[in-house]
Ligand binder design. Sequence first.
Ligand code: HEC
Length: 176
Amino acid sequence: MLMPNLVAILALLAVGRTPTPEEIRAWDISVAPDGAGLPEGSGTAAAGKEIYANRCARCHGAKGEGRDSVPVAGGQGTLKSPKPLRTVGSYWPYATTIFDYVSRAMPFDKPGTLSHDQVYAVTAYVLYLNGIVAEDAMIDARSLPKVQMPNRNGFVPDPRPDVGRTRGSGSARKAR
Ligand code: HEC
């Protein structure tokens, strides 16, 4: 009597299964600086204006000046000043990171609710707010990696001996 029940219970407890290819695609959202991993889709700042107003401005301000949250625009030219303002526009070296970040984490209170086209469009809009792309520039997997960020060359290798000279080189460990 006990055995069939036990088997049924074990079957119930056997949670988990192999994910489907669709599920893996939905989770596999990483975008590299060179644009590898960017999905199909596209958008312009003009298209992103309304999405930004509805889904982002509440926290980041109408012009990206940061209201209840961090600014996403401005600060260019302040990094060497006593009061550096680090934003996507003044600090981030790669435009592709904006897509990656927004698609996985924004809107802060409802991440994952924007379509790829919508993420491309708000990415374009954030770039537009920073004066980096034109309002009608088509942003997609091919054009986004080519967007030159103002601080692209503002990073230098960390000179401390215990830090790798190039990213992923593993030289820190080899040096010991
Ligand atoms: C409910 C408030 C809220 C909303 C809505 C929201 N954000 Fe954010 N956002 C945040 C917060 C808080 C952070 C900082 C998170 C952190 O540092 O961990 C952030 C960070 C960011 C950053 C990184 C800024 C930086 O320099 O680190 C970007 C880019 C961004 N948001 C874009 C967007 C976009 C685009 C939208 C609309 C699709 C959006 N956010 C909607 C609250 C919000």
